[in-house]
Design a protein around this ligand. Structure first.
Ligand code: AMP
Length: 302
């Protein structure tokens, strides 16, 4: 199996200035896998409740996404609600109901314990560690986290960071984790905690990559319609790692291309509510937008 991903599978309620949607399929592992499955096989380790039905399963089953590691427990699926103002980079969490996540014990199925790439999605660092301990030396280990864990479980988060190659966070999280406002300095401090690479997601301002001695910056694709930014970060991670899974080596050229594929997938995600746009996305549309990105950022040497 090429990528193993652990993270939330959720029902989201989202309000934006352009409309609202209630109890739609969401969660970090959902967005991540829909994006990564455009490039490679993905297996998910997560938990859902009894309210998770065939309609939701079909979204995954129609694609290269294996659900053997998706546990179904007594109770309700994780629920999250968020609201955006016209300042779409800034969102307010309306509620977080952990439900079946409260007693979740991740168990990686035997057949998926040797993934090529491991993605530790944004969940309790203790659960990220449990998954990390169950797998055998992946080629690349990437992790995401959020302010909730940076503030609430710093010790466990530090233990996760010691074991990962790439950390993907947004700019506010990079600042909070490092205690540095300046992102270049923040990157140095975070790299000293363990990750060799840091990817800073900056919403509509694009992405920054800090590798050992290498930096790369990409803008976000200028879109005419932005409906719902939910999941853009996880979708970015799915495109980024999905592309890397196809490459024999993770060199700086491949990393730059992966950043653009991540940005491409993220740009589609925000064009409609929830996972709707990702569900209809074709390979041709992805390649067209990748090329549009190249055009957008190309300039001649002196
Ligand atoms: P993103 O917009 O990429 O940050 O991801 C949004 C997704 O993260 C939503 O679909 C939520 O269901 C999920 N989410 C929000 N808060 C949490 C949390 N505390 N733990 C796990 N998943 C969460």
């Amino acid at each position: 199996m090429a990528i193993l991903a652990v993270g939330s599978v959720a029902f989201d309620t989202v309000r934006t200035p352009f409309g609202r949607a209630d109890d739609i399929l969401g969660g970090a592992a959902t967005y991540f896998s829909l994006a990564a499955a455009q490039f490679t096989d993905v297996s998910i380790v997560a938990v859902v409740g009894q309210d998770f039905g065939e309609r939701e399963r079909k979204v995954f089953a129609d694609r290269r996404i294996d659900l053997t590691g998706l546990q179904q427990s007594k109770g309700k699926t994780f629920r999250w609600g968020g609201e955006y103002s016209y300042e779409l980079n800034d969102r307010t969490t309306l509620f977080t109901e952990l439900n079946v996540f409260e007693s979740f014990q991740p168990k990686v199925p035997e057949a998926h314990r040797r993934p090529d790439i491991l993605f530790l999605g944004n969940i309790h660092p203790r659960l990220q560690l449990e998954v990390l301990r169950q797998v055998e030396k992946p080629r690349l280990i990437a992790a995401d986290t959020m302010n909730y864990w940076i503030e609430g479980t710093p010790k466990e988060l530090r233990a996760v960071l010691e074991g990962v190659d790439v950390l993907l966070v947004n700019d506010a999280e990079a600042r909070e984790l490092s205690g540095e406002f300046n992102l270049v300095r923040a990157a140095e401090k975070i790299k000293a905690m363990g990750p060799k690479m840091l990817v800073v997601k900056r919403g509509e301002y694009g992405v920054l990559l800090f590798n050992e001695h290498h930096r790369f910056a990409a803008p976000a694709y200028p879109l005419e319609t932005v409906f719902d930014p939910t999941g853009a970060g996880d979708t970015f991670a799915g495109g980024f790692l999905g592309y890397l899974a196809q490459q024999s080596s993770v060199d700086n050229d491949a990393l730059r291309q992966a950043i653009i594929f991540g940005s491409t997938l993220g740009s589609f995600c925000v064009e409609d509510f929830g996972t709707r746009r990702l569900e209809t996305l074709t390979r041709e549309e992805i390649v067209d937008r990748y090329r549009a990105f190249k055009q957008l950022t190309h300039f001649e040497d002196l």
